[in-house]
Design a protein. Structure first.
Length: 188
């Protein structure tokens, strides 16, 4: 099948959605972010890319802490709202019930089934984005979203962003066991 070259601007790949939390001017603020990923295994680091113009960035840098909150599909409207309105003009502190963990300055969302509390380790300055690298201090998961003590994506029901299509979707069917399926496969 022929390949069509597209504009080199973004990878067309589904991205998990999160709500990044930070205290800004004494209030919790949350920003919808799909550009985040694990960045280091030990110590466990995550990386979140956020446009320099975002209100939340100020709180991350001033407090040296942030949270990554994974919303379930039933929070899609609130997630979208937090990405559409800016904290410069809108007080988002009342959108969710918040709680604090070990760091005491990284607000987390009670309604989200997964919360990750991070201490800021490094900020990387790019032309339009700031990459916030945080060490994971604690992970909180609703008990009902665990299977055999491990977070179960089917129960969490996370939201994925298809950026090119401007759509939110859920996760699909299982394909097979990781680090197992390819053991007995050989190229023809």
């Amino acid at each position: 099948m022929a390949k069509i070259e597209l504009e080199a601007n973004r990878v067309p790949y589904p991205m998990p959605c999160s709500l990044i939390g930070a205290d800004v001017n004494g209030k919790p603020n949350f920003l919808a972010v799909a550009w985040f990923t694990m960045a280091n295994p030990t110590p466990p680091y995550v990386l979140a890319a956020m446009n320099k113009a975002h209100y939340t960035n100020k709180g991350v840098k001033e407090n040296g802490a942030f949270s990554i909150n994974i919303p379930s599909a039933d929070l899609a409207r609130q997630l979208d709202y937090c990405g559409l309105v800016t904290g410069f003009k809108t007080d988002k502190s009342k959108v969710f019930e918040t709680f604090y963990g070990k760091l005491k300055n990284a607000p987390m969302i009670q309604e989200c089934p997964v919360n990750v509390e991070c201490r800021l380790v490094q900020t990387v300055d790019l032309p339009k984005e700031e990459l916030f690298i945080g060490e994971i201090v604690a992970v909180y998961v609703e008990e009902g979203c665990l299977s055999e003590g491990v977070p179960d994506l089917r129960k969490i029901n996370p939201i994925l962003l298809l950026q090119g299509q401007r759509r939110y979707v859920g996760i699909g069917a299982d394909i097979g066991p990781a680090w197992e399926m390819g053991k007995d496969w050989e190229p023809a």
